[in-house]
Design a protein around this ligand. Sequence first.
Ligand SMILES: Nc1ncnc2c1ncn2[C@@H]1O[C@H](COP(=O)(O)OP(=O)(O)OP(=O)(O)O)[C@@H](O)[C@H]1O
Ligand SMILES: [Mg+2]
Length: 242
Amino acid sequence: MRTKTGIEGLDIMLNGGLLSGRVILLSGSAGTGKSTLGMQFIYNGIKQFNEPGVFITLEQDKEKLKQDMKSISMDLDKLGNSFSLIGGSMAKIKYYQTKTKAKLEDFIAEIEEVVKETKSERIVIDSINLLLLLFNTDEERRKALLALTEALSRLKCTALLTCEVRENTFDISWWGFEQFVVDGVIAMYNVKKDPMFYQGIVIRKMRGMDHNKNIVPYKITDKGIAVYPEEPWLGGETKIEK
Ligand SMILES: Nc1ncnc2c1ncn2[C@@H]1O[C@H](COP(=O)(O)OP(=O)(O)OP(=O)(O)O)[C@@H](O)[C@H]1O
Ligand SMILES: [Mg+2]
């Protein structure tokens, strides 16, 4: 069973779509379009495929996010009950370091409640960085991400977890282990090659299926993200000079 993102070029790269019920990391540095792609996944799910969806924003203010999405042709207020936007509150969690474990469990419980109530089939958590910052060691962080991934899998939702990465690298996660816990990784890059920046997207891992393995160009316009699987990245050159 496939879950189409509704972004044509990306669905072509995925040979039809994501495997339904899987948890995918969507990584990229600042401004590469992670939130936009995530929201398009939810928006298209509702508009094109009649699948309810939940978007959880952990850092970005909900109203600002709605305004931003309007500028790229997504009016979230018009999606009705099929759309749930949760967020803001996680920012407070860092003040409850001693209750970290309980808070992760609360967070998972809230997701489960909303997904069951709304019968959501798609979920985006934007981003997991703040969530993982609550823990003190890599071991705890990895266990937390595993617990979250398992909870999402139990819910049978197709999930995108956005992940901020450092600038000017080809890193696909912040801590270096996130990519091993999830079922798939899609990475978005913004690489400077004078006199321009080039945006490129690649499917780095997708357990259980074949897919396009090239970095291909994408563009953000007032219609959202468009992916061009047939076009060469970096103006046709494949070698990247550091
Ligand atoms: N209306 C628009 N037309 C064209 N491009 C736009 C438009 N609105 C936003 N963008 C581009 O999208 C980028 C922001 O995308 P988005 O917020 O999805 O990125 P992000 O990866 O989630 O960023 P962050 O790391 O800050 O969360 C902007 O920096 C801008 O380049
Ligand atoms: Mg964002």
